[in-house]
Design a binder for this molecule. Sequence first.
Ligand code: AP5
Ligand code: MG
Length: 238
Amino acid sequence: MSFSATQVESYSDTAVHIVPGPILLLGAPGVGKGTQAKELVKIWSIPQISTGDLLRSHVAQGTELGKAAGALMQQGELVPDSLVNEMVARRLQEPDTARGYILDGFPRTLPQAHWLDARLAAQPDALPVVAVSLHVDYNQLIRRITGRRNCPVCQRIYNIYLNPPRTAGFCDVEGAALAQRADDREEVFAERMRAYNAQTAPVVEHYRTQGRFAEVDGDGAIAAVAARIVTAVERLRS
Ligand code: AP5
Ligand code: MG
């Protein structure tokens, strides 16, 4: 689902016209980070930087990083901080990040958060991050993960139960056959949740204590959740 022009205009002018700066989308696997990042891209015209998507692209291309990351990702474990930080550092050098960017799935460990904080602190003109932590209950996470399908061409995200394509199995826009992620099996999801609770939950607490932090209910229609995030970011940037 996506916003029509009228829906985007329905956000307050200040929300749409603020300089968004760096926005972190935090939350458990399947909570909707990627789905919401794509909505925010449309509103603010800033890039989504998904470390999961970047890593999957390295795996698909068979790069050295992809070779190091692939097996860990299939097991639901995190990729080493040094590799991920380096990948993010390269992406942040691109000029499309000047007005802001949405970090989806990064930082995911305290060392990654400290690295990002230090990097931003070293740039006197950089806006501080605002962090949004999304939540849905565990049963909803399972449904979202097991029902997820992706378009391999345009990366649109569907869900066979909750957000199905118009024609089962095919992307609405590209017509390509939809694919299921290798790590979207229940046993791998359990491992991803263990990694999230052990390594990423402390990152949420880190940003909570820094202020500029909002907890957002990720349940409900995609547009409704996006509206909550936009309201939160507007408030945190004012
Ligand atoms: P990553 O790709 O980031 O996976 P994740 O965090 O587990 O999150 P997901 O992508 O599974 O979920 P999401 O929150 O984006 O949900 P989505 O919007 O798709 O990381 C994968 C792996 O890469 C990691 O396990 C790790 O190995 C490695 N990695 C990545 N970053 C790393 C880092 N920083 N450090 C180290 N390792 C790293 O939505 C899910 C489903 O729900 C979809 O089907 C969607 O259609 C549906 N849905 C979403 N919102 C709604 C809604 N409101 N209503 C109905 N359905 C909805
Ligand atoms: Mg994602």
